[in-house]
Design a protein around this ligand. Structure first.
Ligand code: HEM
Length: 418
């Protein structure tokens, strides 16, 4: 037990670029809910993780504060503290009732029907970017395709100028660096010090400043139909949304709206290249694309899941977790639980059993799930149909990110028209 526990703790502290799934499997067989060597609880079993999102004794606010508050302590500059407050005000980091009040305001823009209306635009963006990538042939799949597809789409939906992505994409990267360990509380002294900490602080200040300016401009000149205009109207018309919550929500939506989808595209391409028979099947049967995208989410999803704190003692499966403990779901690990999926280590695009916990569960279930599916189905579908793709580096040389996001850091490929 203790050798495996040590191995898992070592992985959390310094996630190796090697395949973590065998380690997840061994840990899950031993303890689906495991107390780690860094005093957190890792939930790697499916039914136990599913329980997390539905149990009101598991609280998000104290867990988020423990992660991010250390980036903006009392002795930090006021603008940094204010930026961290703003970041923490968004609903992924809130518990009901504030969570529900804020989520309701944006959820109406992301219903399956609302999202379906964006399909022509998504198809246009994908076709344009694929054409450009094919013209150059040798590209980094992540920067040439996987990132710009969701960046352009979320900007259009929100009403944020896409041209500015050169600014904020750098800032988002800096804010995620302190969390670049697969479980360490993001802003703690061990996780983020020195330049990494200062860069992340400055990035938060700039993100909040940028999006606040956008709100001010939109108030002065209402634009109409985009989500930012609707939210600015809500803020003006009542007490349902403060300016801080509005800015925090925008920062989160732009961030959540592109990094996850980008890494799902990267993970999807790698999974298909690793399983050429599945890629061939998808080309033969394009109608499998919805099932294929869900299978990528199950097999190697881009989102680890956010932590909770137990407000009182909670029984998770057979394990009793005391009050006041930090509990981390590992959705990628849970999604290969044989108690939920038969032959779970097999990548099978015909499986048709959904994404498991790839979009989370319960209160914080991904509000952008329909949009993420649409984007990924259109993008991977078009890629498979129109391109031959080869990795331009050795498979083992792919560098993986293990933070709250999981996927390739970059993916040099050679593309040609089929
Ligand atoms: C493949 C793409 C995506 C994946 C895998 C994904 C995954 C997830 C997961 C696992 C959660 C739950 C986090 C937790 O609390 O543990 C979540 C929440 C969330 N996602 Fe996504 N997401 C994706 C795309 C998007 C997009 C495109 C948006 C844009 C609107 C979005 C917005 C959100 C929001 C706002 C939440 C918080 C929901 C709440 O707290 O009620 N996501 N997502």
């Amino acid at each position: 037990v203790s050798a495996l526990a040590d191995e898992f703790t070592a992985f959390l502290l310094e996630p190796s670029t090697a395949d973590p799934f065998p380690l997840f499997r061994r840990l899950r067989e031993l303890e689906p809910v495991h107390h780690t060597g860094i005093d957190t609880w890792a939930v790697v079993g499916y039914p136990e993780a599913e329980q997390l999102g539905r149990d009101p004794r598991l609280r998000r606010e104290p867990a988020a504060a423990a992660q991010w508050r250390p980036l903006g302590r009392d002795d930090d500059p006021a603008e940094v503290v204010e930026a961290v407050d703003t970041w923490l005000s968004n609903f992924i980091f809130r518990d009901p009732p504030a969570h529900d009040r804020l989520r309701r305001l944006v959820a109406r823009a992301f219903t399956p029907r609302g999202v379906a209306a964006w399909r022509p635009q998504v198809e246009r963006v994908v076709a344009e970017l694929l054409d450009e990538a094919l013209d150059s042939g040798d590209v980094d799949f992540m920067t040439a395709f996987a990132f710009p597809v969701p960046e352009r789409v979320i900007c259009a939906i929100l009403g944020v100028p896409y041209e500015d992505h050169v600014l904020w994409s750098t800032w988002f990267r800096a804010t995620s660096e302190p969390g670049n360990l697969w479980t360490r509380r993001a802003g703690d002294d061990a996780g983020a010090t020195g330049q990494v900490r200062t860069d992340a602080q400055q990035a938060f200040v700039k993100l909040c400043h940028y999006f606040r300016e956008l709100v001010v401009a939109r108030r002065a000149r209402p634009k109409g139909e985009d989500l930012l205009s609707l939210l600015v109207e809500e803020e003006a018309n009542g007490d349902r949304l403060s300016e801080q919550e509005l800015v925090g929500t925008l920062v989160m939506l732009v961030g959540a709206g592109h990094t996850t989808t980008a890494h799902l595209l990267g993970n999807g391409l790698v999974a298909l290249l690793d399983h050429p028979e599945q890629l061939a099947l998808l080309r033969e049967r394009p109608d499998l694309i919805a099932s294929a995208v869900d299978e990528v989410l199950r097999y190697r999803g881009p989102s680890r899941g956010q932590p909770y704190v137990t407000a009182e003692e909670v029984e998770l499966g057979a394990t009793v977790v005391p009050a006041g403990e930090h509990v981390y779901p590992y959705y990628n690990a849970t999604n290969r639980d044989p108690r939920r999926f038969a032959d779970p280590e097999r990548f099978d695009i015909t499986r048709g059993e959904g994404p498991g916990l790839g979009f989370g569960t319960g209160t914080h279930y991904c509000v952008g799930a329909a949009l993420a599916r649409l984007e990924t189905q259109v993008a991977l579908g078009a890629l498979a149909a129109t391109c031959d793709v080869e990795l331009a580096i050795a498979r083992d040389d792919i560098e993986w990110i293990y933070s709250s996001i999981h996927g390739p850091r970059s993916l040099p490929v050679t593309l040609s028209r089929r």
